[in-house]
Design a protein. Structure first.
Length: 380
């Protein structure tokens, strides 16, 4: 009789063993933390329910400079999603340093806001990933200035036309935030925001931070008049990488020790945190896409051309403040943060054979997010 056996290659088995050893080490208390300042509950399973109010603003300005033999016209199109406050309900599950979350907008039938989050957090450093998708009506203005024209009566004529879309615009963002605290032995940046570590005494730390953001805004191709003024430019995206440094401080007005790391009876703690981190964008790429015009002269959201330009160094900013209260295995946290990203592209030139002229196009804009989060948590 012949028998068959499954075997795992030695190299793969070694890699798996190392991964298990690393994970087990992450679940153990960090021996570098000063126990007089930091309390480390057992890093086990935890659940959270969340209520979030988030306001997102997106504004983009497209400048077009058209010239031909006897015509010179300037177009400035300021367009954005209407500022909106979304209310989201969600949940998070955490085990050890990893947490996964999802939230969904409530109280709105269209333009639902959906957010997904994945975090890897330790007392001194961590990475927070966030993906958001939402939609909202577009609004803005079209400013036209005629510098030169065959009809002399049209020269130096200016007009501003308001823009209100019939179809909502779509927005997607991907944000990766990384942080590192230099005072890692006596300070825990995450004590207010996820309860992994409890700050026993007031302490602060200089912080280093890195931020990557991808933002993508799309105009509905059915907005024919708007797309005509935008010369087919219907989708705008930016990829940015920023570096910076700032300061974070935990103020602990009340703390009572628990019986032990796995028995949290008697634990009482109130901690406030304030964090401010200026950033400098060191990589800034703006991509503009043109929609296709079909045989009926209607725009489709298929892309026919893509214009890529590198922007300049731009300052940005991150700020966060919050408070947490812990009692036994339960803890709650209330916090708010604000961030904004500015982008600016170079000038791109295209030639219009129908009008025997050329068009210089440049763009600039901003994305900003303000959030207020309430979390109710239980750790086993």
């Amino acid at each position: 009789m012949m028998t068959a056996a499954l075997s795992v290659p030695a190299g793969a088995q070694t890699l798996l063993d190392r991964g298990i050893q690393l994970w087990n080490r992450l679940l153990q208390p960090n021996p570098r933390l000063d126990t007089a300042w930091i309390f480390q509950p057992v890093k086990s399973l935890g659940f959270s329910t969340t209520y979030e109010v988030v306001r997102t603003a997106v504004v983009t300005t497209t400048s077009e400079d058209f010239t031909s033999e006897d015509t010179h016209i300037l177009f400035d199109i300021r367009l954005g999603l209407k500022d909106r406050a979304a209310q989201n309900l969600g949940f998070k599950v955490r085990y050890g340093p990893l947490s996964l979350g999802f939230s969904h907008e409530i109280g709105r039938k269209v333009g639902k806001n959906k957010v997904y989050g994945l975090n890897y957090i330790t007392p001194g450093y961590g990475i927070e990933a966030r993906y958001a998708r939402f939609s909202a009506p577009l609004h803005g203005s079209l400013d036209i200035t005629i510098k030169d024209f065959p009809d002399p009566e049209m020269v130096n004529v200016s007009e501003s036309i308001p823009i209100e879309s019939d179809h909502p615009g779509q927005m997607q963002t991907i944000v990766l935030d990384g942080f590192y605290a230099f005072n890692r032995e006596r300070f825990s940046y995450v004590s207010v925001y996820n309860g992994l570590i409890v700050q026993k005494k007031s302490a602060g730390s200089v912080m280093a931070a890195a931020k990557y953001m991808h933002g993508d805004m799309r105009i509905d191709a059915a907005e024919f008049a708007l797309m005509a003024f935008m010369v087919g430019l219907g989708r705008f995206s930016t990829n940015q990488f920023s570096l910076g440094g700032g300061y974070s401080y935990n103020w602990v007005p009340m703390h009572r020790d628990a019986i032990g790391r796995d028995d949290l009876t008697g634990l009482r703690n109130v901690t406030f945190n304030v964090t401010a981190i200026p950033l400098l964008t060191v990589f800034n790429r703006v991509t503009t896409r043109e929609y296709v015009v079909d045989e009926n002269y209607d725009y489709t959201d298929r892309v026919t051309k893509k214009h890529v330009s590198n922007g300049r160094l731009i300052p940005n900013f991150m700020a966060r403040a919050g408070v947490s209260y812990a009692t036994g295995h339960f803890y709650t946290s209330l916090w708010s943060d604000y961030s904004f990203i500015i982008y600016s592209s170079g000038r791109a030139r295209s030639f219009d054979e129908d009008y025997n002229g050329s068009m210089d196009v440049s763009q600039k804009g901003r994305f900003s997010t303000w959030r207020v989060m309430l979390q109710l948590n239980y750790r086993f």
